[in-house]
Write a protein that binds this ligand. Structure first.
Ligand SMILES: Cc1cc2nc3c(=O)[nH]c(=O)nc-3n(C[C@H](O)[C@H](O)[C@H](O)COP(=O)(O)OP(=O)(O)OC[C@H]3O[C@@H](n4cnc5c(N)ncnc54)[C@H](O)[C@@H]3O)c2cc1C
Length: 285
């Protein structure tokens, strides 16, 4: 199908983009990998599209004070291939490498992915495990929100009218942290039926730090707090990991669709959760 008619702007500066958005009528275009199909199907019919691709300063990866800031327009390929992320935040680089296919990774952006808030998107699991923050810019300045507050529900975030995602910030990983992302993918699109990100540290033979982010299972990505609690202080035997991963769906109303029933998704989340935790543990120093 063909999209409805719309006005199209290509601002060169963030200030210009934000002033175009201030009316509340316009929609931002990033990589277009989700928005364009939705417009062609007329599931989205914005009257005005503001293309961010020429806005200076919205892409790139920079490390400062133990944190890594990733501009919203940074593509999945740039995240996947960034030497800085591979060295200091391998979980995010690994996650990006598992998104869709080469074309999607070349066009799609991290800002577009989090703003779209697809409940099966990959980044949100890693960003939950990383306790990432999202920087939102508007004509009145910037504010920063924790990823857990940013992701509200399916296709719903805490972006206010007139705001854009400017950047995502993650910690530069401590050398002794092991991290891994494991997903069961939907073969046609690559989207996660379930995807689990884990970060683990050990101290004196015991797990001293565990973060587990889950995508695909619920209406939004979340941190599996009960799994993290169960892992804390244990040695990380296969039986302990399995018992902890069994808690991954606690309190979650599991999604059900043509790809997987709620019961199957739940079971796969446990299986892939155990795999992610084991892989992260194997990588922990
Ligand atoms: C065939 C196919 C397979 C895919 N497979 C996967 C997969 O395996 N895993 C996965 O995670 N994703 C997958 N995707 C989605 C892909 O990762 C998209 O890149 C992503 O969801 C949207 O990013 P985008 O830059 O293309 O955003 P766009 O499509 O341009 O925008 C998406 C939405 O976000 C808004 N938006 C974009 N940027 C900003 C911003 N900076 N601030 C505020 N709002 C903004 C737009 O207005 C729009 O509502 C797939 C997509 C396709 C078409």
């Amino acid at each position: 199908m063909i999209a409805e008619n719309f006005e199209y702007s290509t601002p060169a500066t963030l200030a210009e983009a934000l002033s175009l958005l201030a009316s509340g009528e316009a929609k931002v275009l990033a990589g277009g990998m989700s928005l364009i199909p939705m417009m062609k199907l007329r599931l989205a019919t914005p009257g005005h599209v503001v293309d961010l691709s020429r806005v200076a300063g919205l892409s790139g990866i920079a490390e400062a004070n133990g944190m890594i800031r990733i501009g919203a327009m940074t593509t999945h390929y740039e995240v996947e291939s960034s030497a800085a992320l591979r060295a200091k935040c391998p979980l995010l680089a690994q996650t990006a490498s598992m998104i869709g296919d080469v074309q999607i990774r070349n066009r799609g952006t991290i800002g577009g992915s989090v703003a779209h808030a697809d409940p099966s998107a990959d980044y949100p699991a890693a960003l939950q495990a990383l306790e990432a923050t999202v920087t939102l810019a508007s004509s009145s300045g910037e504010r920063t929100v924790a990823i857990d507050e940013f992701l509200i529900d399916t296709f719903t975030t805490s972006i206010d009218p007139g705001e854009i995602v400017a950047a995502i910030t993650v910690p530069a990983e401590a050398a002794d942290t092991g991290a891994a992302y494991e997903k069961m993918l939907q073969p046609a699109s690559g989207f996660a039926i379930v995807g689990i990100a884990a970060r683990i540290r050990k101290s004196a033979g015991k797990i001293s730090f565990a973060r587990v982010g889950v995508t695909g299972l619920g209406s939004r990505a979340y941190r599996a707090a009960n799994v993290e609690k169960a892992l804390a202080g244990c040695s990380g035997s296969a039986a302990e990991i399995k018992a902890a991963a069994a808690l991954i769906a606690d309190g979650i109303d599991a999604n059900s669709d043509i790809h997987a029933s709620a019961a199957y998704r739940t079971q796969m989340a446990r299986v892939y959760g155990a795999r992610a935790i084991q892989s992260a543990l194997n990588r922990a120093a």
